[in-house]
Ligand binder design. Structure first.
Ligand code: FES
Length: 97
């Protein structure tokens, strides 16, 4: 997925906002990713991705402009949207931090 692609559909939060939030704020726990525009506090679909973004961002140096790695979410936006649709429709247990 590209930096401008949405990760949290419930709150319309794109990858680049989450990535830069995590690099700047250095949240101690993955659940603190929700402080970025409420990401993860809706349906919960994006929580595993927020955890991945959090983990990778904290491994990157906090200074300078470092874009999110291409491989961070290894799905096309269409695949991502389709999987979320399946998550919603099948009423799976809500993802948790
Ligand atoms: S997609 Fe992020 S909480 Fe629903």
């Amino acid at each position: 997925m590209k930096p401008q692609d949405k990760i949290c559909y419930c709150y319309g939060v794109p990858l680049h906002k989450l990535w830069h939030f995590a690099r700047r704020q250095r949240p101690r726990r993955p659940s603190q990713m929700s402080e970025c525009l409420g990401a993860g506090t809706g349906c919960g679909w994006c929580i595993p991705f927020l955890c991945r973004i959090h983990e990778q961002a904290l491994k990157s140096p906090p200074d300078g402009q470092v874009p999110p790695p291409e491989s961070l979410v290894d799905l096309t936006p269409e695949e991502y949207a389709e999987r979320r649709r399946g998550y919603i429709e099948t009423r799976q247990p809500r993802n948790k931090f």
